[in-house]
Design a protein around this ligand. Structure first.
Ligand code: ATP
Ligand code: MG
Length: 729
C-alpha cells in the first residue's frame, strides 16, 4: 500500500513526509503540487495520525474538491467519506451553521445573492436620505465586499481603510446593513468567512474545539487566497501549526477578487521556522511548451523566482504553434478543422480544450463545433445561447418577429422592471383567454380600454410602442441595427450597465457578441431559426467532449491539446485590465497567459485574427504582445506572415472582390451576410460535388446558377446559397 510514495520524486516525497509543522510548497505549474497535497492526505490517514474527518482541505473550486476526493480514494483503494474538503465558502458555510447563534443568526440562515444584497443596500440608502442617483448602491456593495475580503467587521474599519463614499457614510451604512442581515436571518457570501473568522477570534473555546478537530490543514492554490481567508487559516493552524499550503506566485490571477500574493510572504513571517519546499520538475508539459511558458513569464517583474525544468523523459515534443488568421470566422474554422484531424487520428475529445480570455468568446467556437458535429461542454459556465441575458435578448427579438409569442412576452415584460407584477400578469392572462388574443394584444386592448392604470399603464404603453417602432425599423434598417436599438431603448442594456455585480461586464460583452452573431445572418428569421436549431442540438448521452472554458476556470486542470484563441491586443491582454490596473493589470494578464500555456501536456496552439467584428463593422487587430514575448526557439508561426504582410503593404487586393486589406472591409449595409464573404472564387463547383458550407455544414450540389448554388445539406435540408461560402469537401 505504501507504493503511493514511490510515485513521487524525492522533493515531493519530502513534502509529503514532513507531516508536522508548517510547510509551504512554492513551485511552478505542473510540478505536482496538487499531487503532493492528495498524497499527503492519504499519507496522514495511512500513518494513523488522523481520521478522514480530522483533516481540513481547501480547494479553489468544487470541481477540484471532487477530483481530490476521487484521487484520495484511488490511493487508498476505497472511497472516503466524511471529509472536510471543499472551497473556503463551502467549508465556512458548514462551520457557520454550527455556531450561527454566536453572530446573532439561526442555523438555518439564508445566503443572499447579489440581487438581494443590492435591494437591501438600496433600501438602507434611501432610508438614510442618500441620493441613490448620485451614490450608487453598487458602489457601496463593492466597498463592503472589499472590507469583508480584508476581514474587517464594521467596528474594525480603521481610518486607513475608510471610504469617502456618500460623504463618509459608508461605515455607518455597513453597520446598518449587517444589522439588517441579522434581522433577516441572512448572510451574504462575504459574511461566511467574516463571521466564522470573527467567531474564532472572539470565542477561544470554539477555536480550541476546532484545534482539536482539525489536526492537519491542507491548502491548494494558496497564491489566490485573500486576507480574510488567510486570517481564518492562521487561526485554525495556530496551536499545532500543521499547515501545508501549496501555490505558485506566477499563477496568481484573482487579485480582482481581493487575492493577495503577500500572503505567501506573511506565511513565512507568521509561521517562523516554516519549511519551504521547492519542486522544480514539471511532469505535465513537453520541453517546448515549458520553454515557451517560462520565457513568457520571465517578462514579469517582482516574481519570487523559481526554476522549472521538464521532468518528462521523452523527446522535446512539438513547438508551440502560433496561427495568424484572417478573421474570427477563419479562426473558429481552423480550430474546428484541427480538432477533426485530432479526432481522426484517434485522440480523445476530452483531452482537448479551448481556453478563452472572456466568456463571450466561446460563441464562435460553439457554433463551429455544432456545425461540424464535435460535441463540447462549457466548463464552469453555460452554453452561449443558454445564458440568461442572451435568452432575454432573444425573447425580445422573437417578439419583434412574432407578436403572439406569449412565452417571450412573459419573460421580458418586467425586464427591466416595469412594475408589472404577478397580479398585473394574471389580469393580462385573463383578458387574453377571454378574448382569445395573445398577451401583447391583450395588453394593448387593456390600455386602450382604461383597464390598466397608473405607472404600469405608462411603462407598458411605452413597451408596446417600442415594439411597433422596432418592427418598423426592422423593415427599414435591418435586423442588426434593430437589435441594437431595441436593447438600448427598452432599457435592457442599461439594466446591466448599472449593475455592479462582478458578472455584469461579462453579460454586456455577451450582448455585444449577440449583435456580432446577428450580423452573420441575412435576416432576423434566419437567425432565430438558427438559434432554435443550436439549442436542440444536444445529445446528453455523449460523454467524450471537447472542453470550452475561460482561462480563469482552467486553473489546476490539464489537457493533451490546448487551443488559446484571441491573442490580440485589447482582447488579451484585455483592455479593461490594463485601463483599471495599469502595469499590475498587465502582469496579471501575463500570468493568465502562463496559466493557459501550462495547461497543455503535448500541444499548445495559440491563434490571433487580423480582423474582428465590432458590432456590424470590422476592425483590424494587432497580435498580442505576449506572442512577441514567447522565445522564438520554442515557437512555430504560421499564417501570421500572410495577414501581416498584406496589412503592412496595404496593397491592392490580391483576391478579387470582397475584402479590403486595410482596417475595415467595405460593407454596404450592416447585417447582410454576403459582404463578409470570402473572396470570389476562381474555380466553379460542379453539380454533384460534395461541399462544406460555413453555416450549414456538409451537402451535395443539386444545381448551379451563376454564383448561386442549390445544395442538399445533410443536416439542414435544401438551401440556395452563395458560392463564396462554399468549399469543396
Ligand atoms: P498546477 O500548478 O497547474 O496546479 P500542479 O503543480 O498542481 O500544477 P499536478 O496537477 O499535481 O501539478 O501534476 C501535474 C501532472 O504531473 C499530473 O498529471 C500529475 O499526475 C503528474 N505528476 C506529478 N508528479 C509526478 C511524478 N513524480 N511522476 C509522474 N507524474 C507526476
Ligand atoms: Mg494544482
Amino acid at each position: 500500500m505504501s507504493d503511493y510514495l514511490d510515485r513521487l520524486n524525492s522533493e515531493q516525497r519530502a513534502a509529503v513526509e514532513a507531516l508536522d509543522g508548517p510547510l509551504l510548497v512554492l513551485a511552478g505549474a505542473g510540478t505536482g503540487k496538487t499531487r503532493v497535497l492528495t498524497t499527503r492526505f492519504a499519507h496522514i490517514l495511512m500513518s494513523g495520525r488522523a481520521g478522514p474527518g480530522q483533516v481540513l482541505s481547501v480547494t479553489f473550486t468544487n470541481k477540484a474538491a471532487r477530483e481530490m476526493q476521487e484521487r484520495i480514494g484511488g490511493i487508498l483503494g476505497q472511497p472516503v467519506a466524511g471529509l472536510w474538503l471543499g472551497t473556503f465558502h463551502s467549508l465556512c458555510a458548514r462551520i457557520l451553521r454550527r455556531h450561527a447563534a454566536l453572530v446573532g443568526l439561526e442555523s438555518n440562515f439564508s445566503i443572499l445573492d447579489t440581487d438581494d444584497q443590492l435591494r437591501l443596500l438600496k433600501q438602507l440608502m434611501q432610508a438614510a436620505g442618500i441620493d441613490i442617483k448620485r451614490w450608487q448602491p453598487q458602489g457601496l456593495m463593492a466597498i463592503i465586499q472589499r472590507w469583508k475580503d480584508r476581514g474587517l467587521t464594521p467596528d474594525r474599519v480603521t481610518a486607513a481603510e475608510s471610504s469617502d463614499f456618500a460623504n463618509n457614510r459608508a461605515e455607518e451604512l455597513y453597520e446598518a446593513y449587517q444589522a439588517r442581515l441579522r434581522s433577516l436571518n441572512a448572510a451574504d457570501f462575504g459574511d461566511l468567512l467574516l463571521h466564522v473568522t470573527e467567531i474564532l477570534r472572539r470565542h477561544p473555546d470554539v477555536l480550541a474545539q476546532y484545534h482539536r478537530m482539525f489536526r492537519y490543514i491542507l491548502v491548494d492554490e494558496y497564491q489566490d487566497t485573500n486576507l480574510v481567508q488567510y486570517l481564518w487559516l492562521r487561526l485554525l493552524a495556530q496551536s499545532h501549526q500543521n499547515i501545508c499550503c501549496v501555490g505558485d506566485d506566477d499563477q496568481s490571477i484573482y487579485s480582482w477578487r481581493g487575492a493577495e500574493i503577500e500572503n505567501i510572504l506573511r506565511f513565512e513571517k507568521d509561521f517562523p521556522g516554516a519549511r519551504i519546499v521547492r519542486l522544480e520538475s514539471n511532469y505535465r508539459s513537453t520541453k517546448q511548451i515549458l520553454g515557451a511558458a517560462s520565457g513568457l513569464i520571465a517578462h514579469n517583474e517582482g516574481r519570487l523566482g523559481k526554476t522549472l525544468r521538464s521532468g518528462r523523459t521523452e523527446a522535446d515534443g512539438e513547438k508551440v504553434q502560433v496561427l495568424g488568421l484572417w478573421d474570427s470566422d477563419e479562426e473558429a474554422r481552423a480550430i474546428g478543422n484541427r480538432m477533426e484531424e485530432l479526432r481522426r487520428d484517434g485522440h480523445k475529445l476530452s483531452e482537448i480544450a479551448v481556453l478563452v480570455r472572456a466568456g463571450f468568446q466561446t460563441r464562435a467556437f460553439e457554433e463551429r463545433l455544432i456545425t461540424v458535429g464535435i460535441p463540447y461542454r462549457i466548463v464552469g459556465g453555460q452554453r452561449f445561447y443558454e445564458r440568461s441575458e442572451i435568452r432575454d435578448a432573444i425573447a425580445y427579438l422573437r417578439l419583434i418577429a412574432q407578436p403572439s409569442d406569449d412565452l417571450a412576452f412573459e419573460r421580458i415584460v418586467n425586464l427591466p422592471r416595469r412594475g408589472v407584477g404577478d397580479a398585473a400578469l394574471r389580469n393580462l392572462h385573463m383578458h387574453a383567454r377571454t378574448h382569445d388574443v395573445p398577451l401583447m394584444a391583450a395588453a394593448g386592448r387593456m390600455i386602450a380600454g382604461g383597464l390598466i392604470k397608473g405607472k404600469v399603464r405608462e411603462s407598458l404603453n411605452a413597451l408596446l410602442h417600442g415594439f411597433d417602432n422596432w418592427r418598423e425599423l426592422l423593415s427599414r434598417d435591418g435586423h442588426v441595427v434593430t437589435a441594437q436599438t431595441m436593447l438600448d431603448e427598452s432599457g435592457y442594456t442599461e439594466m446591466w450597465k448599472t449593475d455592479k455585480s462582478p458578472e455584469a461586464p461579462g453579460r454586456l460583452e455577451n450582448l455585444k457578441e449577440l449583435i456580432r452573431a446577428l450580423a452573420d445572418f441575412e435576416s432576423l428569421a434566419g437567425f432565430l431559426d438558427h438559434v432554435a436549431l443550436v439549442m436542440e442540438n444536444e445529445d446528453s448521452t455523449v460523454t467524450d467532449r471537447v472542453s470550452l472554458m475561460t482561462l480563469h476556470g482552467a486553473k489546476g486542470l490539464e489537457f493533451d491539446t490546448v487551443f488559446l484563441p484571441g491573442w490580440e491586443e485589447g482582447l488579451f491582454p484585455s483592455q479593461r485590465s490594463m485601463d483599471e490596473s495599469g502595469l499590475k493589470g498587465l502582469e496579471e494578464e501575463r500570468r493568465l497567459a502562463y496559466v493557459g500555456i501550462t495547461r497543455a501536456r503535448k500541444l499548445a496552439i495559440i491563434s490571433h485574427a487580423a480582423n474582428r467584428r465590432i458590432y456590424a463593422n470590422w476592425q483590424s487587430s494587432v497580435p498580442s504582445r505576449f506572442i512577441e514575448e514567447l522565445p522564438k526557439e520554442h515557437v512555430e508561426q504560421s499564417g501570421a506572415a500572410r495577414a501581416e504582410r498584406l496589412q503592412r503593404l496595404n496593397a491592392p487586393p490580391v483576391f478579387s472582390g470582397a475584402f479590403a486589406l486595410n482596417a475595415t472591409r467595405p460593407r454596404q449595409s450592416p447585417g447582410t451576410w454576403e459582404q463578409t464573404a470570402r473572396p470570389a472564387r476562381q474555380d466553379s463547383i460542379p453539380v454533384g460535388a460534395r461541399v462544406f458550407h460555413q453555416k450549414f455544414g456538409y451537402g451535395t450540389v443539386l444545381a448551379v446558377e451563376d454564383n448561386r448554388l442549390d445544395i442538399a445539406f445533410e443536416q439542414s435540408g435544401e438551401k440556395r446559397v452563395l458560392d463564396t461560402f462554399v468549399e469543396r469537401a
